[in-house]
Design a protein around this ligand. Structure first.
Ligand SMILES: Nc1nc2c(c(=O)[nH]1)N=C([C@H](O)[C@H](O)COP(=O)(O)OP(=O)(O)OP(=O)(O)O)CN2
Length: 164
């Protein structure tokens, strides 16, 4: 049997995808939604997978600190230093800790980012044995979304506690 909990958060963030061409080349914003599912085969002694409050607080803190009202760009994007020099928050895909291997801020890559950040948050909390991120869904528009189901690579120690 598998138990699951689900938490959501939203963020207002720009991105652009010059490598795809077309209109995604232009810097544009979305009202993103992230939904993180945490699952475990057995509940902990307090009958939870992980307590909602502290888990959500840390997830929201990560999203608000790094993504909300900022821009997600590729590390080689010439707009990145310009925006940063003018006080914009910039999260660099291809460079920031959870996304060094993901050079472009597609909705799929954002789902991986939030799965890895959630996994690190989970690692630092009281939780049921074997509790893990089961799925992350990221919505960038009413009609575009990506889902990521982490595989065995999720426990890569180099990705742990990179949130702070
Ligand atoms: N697989 C992916 N494809 C695209 C992504 C992505 O992240 N992953 N991103 C984009 C653009 O960022 C764009 O914001 C969305 O493009 P698109 O759906 O083509 O544009 P609209 O939202 O305007 O589409 P509607 O016609 O209004 O549905 C492109 N592709």
């Amino acid at each position: 049997m598998t138990h699951r909990i689900r938490v959501r958060h939203n963020f207002e963030t720009a991105h652009r995808l010059p490598h795809l061409g077309g209109k995604c080349h232009s810097l544009h914003g979305h009202s993103w939604w992230a939904e993180v599912v945490v699952e475990a085969e057995e509940l902990s002694a307090d009958q939870t997978i992980v307590e909602f409050g502290p888990f959500k607080k840390e997830l929201r803190a990560f999203i608000d600190a790094h993504l909300d009202h900022g821009a997600m760009l590729g590390a080689d994007d010439p707009l990145a230093p310009l925006l940063a020099a003018h006080g914009s928050k910039v999260y660099l895909f291809g460079q920031a800790p959870y996304v060094r291997d993901l050079p472009h801020p597609t909705v799929e890559a954002v789902a991986v980012l939030l799965a890895r950040a959630s996994e690190a948050i989970l690692d630092g909390r009281e939780r049921a044995a074997g509790a893990r991120v089961g799925r992350v869904r990221v919505t960038e528009t009413h009609v575009n979304a990506a889902e990521y189901v982490p595989g065995d690579g999720r426990r890569d120690p180099s990705l742990r506690r990179a949130a702070s």
